[in-house]
Design a binder for this molecule. Structure first.
Ligand code: NAI
Length: 331
């Protein structure tokens, strides 16, 4: 039998945490033959509720779950973890300035970066979910210089999955038959959901989404805005932000990163830019990636048209501004 893997979830007493920890304990993230030990971190005001989640995990009697650490101590939470899913953060409250929210999250991600660097297992893979996800991941990278930049990512898989879902509904095909959409850039409303390279499996072979939809006005307009604004639509309907879909996407992200993407398929991940596609280096930017042997690689050589170029640059510009704002919070 395999040795258990320690998986950290921060903000585990929150909404996404509540949906995510049972998925991990059931093997959705790391596979049905991989035992896990869950490390759950939250802040002292949430300690009692966090303990309630631990009680429910015990009550669920998950066969793969070999232990649960529920703590408000960052060092205890980070010790020995091979996977870290960073869901905890400071939410924007009414009347708060963007800079104030940024400043709170910068200080959280700075201190958690140091704890991970000192106490996590070597080669620990980090996924930042909490918003502003790309910039929180960048801060984490800056303050954990000994963790390889290859190991620090942020979640845009939810946006990717939302794009697959919209195409599948529009064409009335199985979502599992749609692939290779791309989310470029920031996990924010400036993200660019791109279907120019996406295909659908049909009885007569793989067909481009553009050819099957045959409605450029929808693809260049409503499709994009629907994906960009889906988070807001969920909040309007549920009075709470996306949780089960975010948790599921976090599992997909880690699953594919660790176990690999299927041949001929790519997924979207926020990763440290090396300047690919003329995106400024040094931003955490969402790209199409393939994964193999536990490492992601940016898909290269896709042709980019003028429409896409503008949208890719606009979201990069927003990330550069967020980065500057984050740095101004440090001084
Ligand atoms: P929530 O407010 O229900 O839970 C957040 C939890 O984090 C709370 O339990 C809180 O006590 C905890 N927390 C706060 N500061 C912490 C710290 N320093 N250390 C550890 N835990 C801390 O929020 P929810 O709905 O679970 O969302 C979590 C985050 O995920 C938010 O930032 C949200 O904007 C973001 N999000 C990102 C998505 C993505 O696709 N990247 C999708 C949906 C949400």
């Amino acid at each position: 039998a395999k040795d258990p893997v320690r998986v950290l979830v921060t903000g585990a007493a929150g909404q996404i945490g509540y949906a995510l920890v049972p998925m991990i304990a059931r093997g959705v993230m790391l596979g049905p033959d991989q035992p896990v030990i869950l490390h759950m971190l939250d802040i002292p005001p949430a300690a009692e509720s966090l303990n309630g989640v631990k009680m429910e995990l015990v009550d669920a009697a998950f066969p793969l779950l070999k232990g649960v650490v529920a703590t408000t101590d960052v060092v205890e939470a980070c010790t020995g973890v091979s996977i870290a899913v960073m869901v905890g953060g400071f939410p924007r409250k009414e009347g708060m300035e963007r800079k104030d929210v940024m400043s709170k999250n910068v200080s959280i991600y700075k201190s958690q970066a140091s704890a991970l660097e000192k106490h996590a297992a070597p080669n620990c893979k980090v996924l930042v979910v909490a918003n502003p996800a790309n910039t929180n991941a960048l801060i984490l990278k800056e303050f954990a210089p000994s963790i390889s930049e290859k190991n620090i990512t942020c979640l845009t898989r939810l946006d990717h999955n939302r794009a697959l879902g919209q195409i599948s509904e529009r064409l009335n095909v199985q979502v599992s038959d749609v692939k290779n959409v791309i989310i470029w850039g920031n996990h924010s409303s400036t993200q660019y959901p791109d279907v120019n390279h996406a295909t659908v499996k049909t009885p007569s072979g793989e067909k481009p989404v553009r050819e099957l939809v045959a409605d450029d006005e929808w693809l260049n307009g409503e499709f994009i805005t629907t994906v960009q604004q889906r988070g807001a639509a969920i909040i309007k309907a549920r009075k709470l932000s996306s949780a089960l879909s975010a948790a599921s996407a976090a599992c997909d992200h880690i699953h594919d990163w660790v176990l690999g993407t299927p041949e001929g398929t790519w997924v979207s991940m926020g990763v440290y830019s090396d300047g690919s596609y003329n995106v400024p280096a040094g931003l955490i930017y969402s790209y199409p990636v393939t994964c193999r042997n536990g490492e992601w690689t940016i898909v290269q050589g896709l042709p980019i048209d003028e429409f896409s170029r503008q949208k890719m640059d606009a979201t990069a510009q927003e990330l550069a501004e967020e980065k500057a704002l984050a740095y101004s919070c440090l001084s």
